[in-house]
Design a protein. Structure first.
Length: 360
């Protein structure tokens, strides 16, 4: 990519400073912040929210003929992290994401992107923001059936007015990045479901977004293809370092992909934390039940259970999960070396791995 500059959004206020609960470091790193965000469906939703008050439960809104789809949500998504928002159908996760991008207008609250208040942006400014700085991928691929893979991927750049030679060159880059080189002239009907989803991802990335929204992008795929797409997604993130908001109802998918997870129920966030915190320190009975079947070894990172010292055995990284490290012990090793960016940082005992796996 040629590093084309993003257009500034004139007139949007910088308002991250002063948010309660945010340290100076967090304010510097925060890419997306939402504070006390509500979405009430129904006539005069804002008036109903004001009358019932923020402490009202979903039943109170239902009694007035309204639906409180998002209730008092606070989130901070830092630059380069994968924030997974999860919950059962009807929990409000997809509505929240559409509020964050203002595809749906929130009823109340603040949504700040790089410190700018999106709720004070004009329709034109939001359109420019979506075209140049946000990318979106949804469960339904929405590829244009009469266009080839190359034309589909280049479509956002065509909308931006990018010259044909340049947009096709950049589209080919994205197609290669998602592993579809050689299929540029195929039509969507000639591709498998997983390949079509890769085209959707490439199209979303073509505009080089800073902030990437993915709403259950793999849920329509077969389990094996879904796993492959998760691998591909993690590979892409390792290269591109995007700031990502990822929606799923699958606990295993969330645990595998997330930097941090928000679990939603009835429009509200029940808990917001790392996968380890969510599984090992559930904040509510709902979260405990939601994560009950998750094997602990799939969640706990080696850095959390390693001990100081050196070892001569096989090496694992501190960022790997205990489940990923366990196969190295099958050959009879009793100790694993733990490294971080190639440097030795500790050791992991066989007994520790077995205890954790049996406990899970």
């Amino acid at each position: 990519m040629d590093g084309r500059p993003h257009r500034p959004l004139a007139g949007l206020d910088r308002r991250v400073s002063g948010l309660p609960g945010l340290s100076g470091e967090q304010m510097t790193e925060a890419r997306l912040v939402c504070r006390n965000v509500w979405k009430v469906f129904g006539p005069r939703g804002a008036e109903v929210l004001k009358r019932l008050g923020p402490g009202a439960d979903p039943a109170a809104f239902a009694g007035t003929g309204h639906v409180a789809a998002v209730r008092a949500v606070d989130l901070v998504v830092e630059a380069g992290e994968i924030c997974v928002i999860m919950g059962l159908s009807g929990s409000g996760k997809s509505t929240l994401v559409r509020c964050l991008s203002r595809l749906i207008e929130p009823t109340a609250g603040e949504i700040l992107y790089d410190g700018r208040d999106l709720l004070r942006a004009s329709a034109t400014e939001m359109m420019e923001l979506r075209r140049h700085r946000m990318g979106m991928v949804f469960q339904h691929f929405a590829l244009l059936p009469h266009l080839t893979v190359l034309q589909n991927v280049a479509f956002p750049l065509d909308i931006q007015g990018v010259p044909r030679a340049r947009r096709e060159s950049e589209a080919r880059e994205m197609i290669a990045l998602v592993g579809l080189a050689g299929r540029e002239d195929f039509f969507p009907r000639q591709l498998s479901g997983g390949q079509q989803q890769r085209v959707g991802i490439a199209r979303s990335l073509a505009a080089d977004p800073e902030l990437w929204f993915l709403d259950e992008p793999f849920s329509a795929l077969d389990p094996l293809i879904r796993r492959e797409m998760q691998d591909e997604f993690l590979r892409l993130q390792g290269v591109l370092k995007k700031t990502i908001v990822f929606i799923t109802h699958d606990v295993d998918e969330a645990i595998r992909l997330a930097t941090r997870i928000a679990i939603m129920k009835d429009g509200a966030v029940e808990q917001w934390g790392t996968p380890e915190e969510i599984v090992l320190q559930p904040a509510t009975p709902y979260v405990r039940e939601f994560t009950r079947a998750v094997p602990r070894a799939k969640v706990v990172r080696v850095r959390s259970v390693m001990e100081p010292g050196e070892a001569e055995g096989p090496a694992v990284t501190a960022a790997q999960t205990v489940a990923e490290a366990a196969p190295l012990l099958q050959a009879g090793a009793t100790m694993l070396r733990v490294t971080d960016e190639g440097r030795p940082v500790g050791r992991l005992r066989r007994e520790t791995v077995l205890d954790l796996m049996l406990a899970g």
